[in-house]
Design a protein around this ligand. Structure first.
Ligand code: RB5
Length: 146
């Protein structure tokens, strides 16, 4: 059975340092972190990392995912191609909270070249501590899933 505290992390080369900072931060909160890399700084292709992380969530291996690239945009687009994934890019804590509460987002994307480490950790905390509100929002999320 999937742990309710199991979270996948991935990025491209532009976000390795911030990804590791986030890994340490969420592990200290008790999350079981599945960091699928990459670990070396060579240039790589964000779509494959976004897809790999998304598949961990879509399969049920992890309950949530956090992905990063330079802007957060490209890796988010790749993740959202995987059925069942609802991933938003956030550069503020309000959006990070709302994508959980209203959109039942199961993945968060952050741009490592957009936000500093301190804000990124606040964004992560806002995302992880929020809960889906259901109700009218559930109807809308079902419409996304088709
Ligand atoms: C890599 O240079 C950069 O294009 C990538 O990290 C990301 O920002 C794409 O969306």
């Amino acid at each position: 059975m999937t742990s309710t505290r199991r979270l996948v992390l991935s990025s491209d080369h532009a976000a390795i340092a911030l990804r590791q900072t986030i890994a340490d931060h969420v592990a200290a909160q008790g999350w079981d972190v599945v960091d699928i890399g990459p670990t070396t700084p060579e240039s790589t292709h964000y779509p494959k990392h976004g897809q790999a992380a998304a598949e961990r969530v879509a399969s049920g291996d992890c309950v949530l995912g956090i992905i990063l690239c330079g802007t957060g945009q490209g890796i988010m687009m790749a993740a959202n191609k995987v059925r069942g994934i609802r991933c938003g890019v956030c550069s503020d804590t309000f959006s990070a909270r709302m994508i959980r509460q209203h959109n039942d987002a199961n993945m968060l994307s952050i741009g490592a070249r957009v936000v500093g480490d301190g804000l990124a950790l606040d964004i992560v905390d806002a995302f992880l501590s929020a809960e889906f509100e259901g109700g009218r929002h559930a109807t809308r999320v079902e419409m996304i899933e088709g």
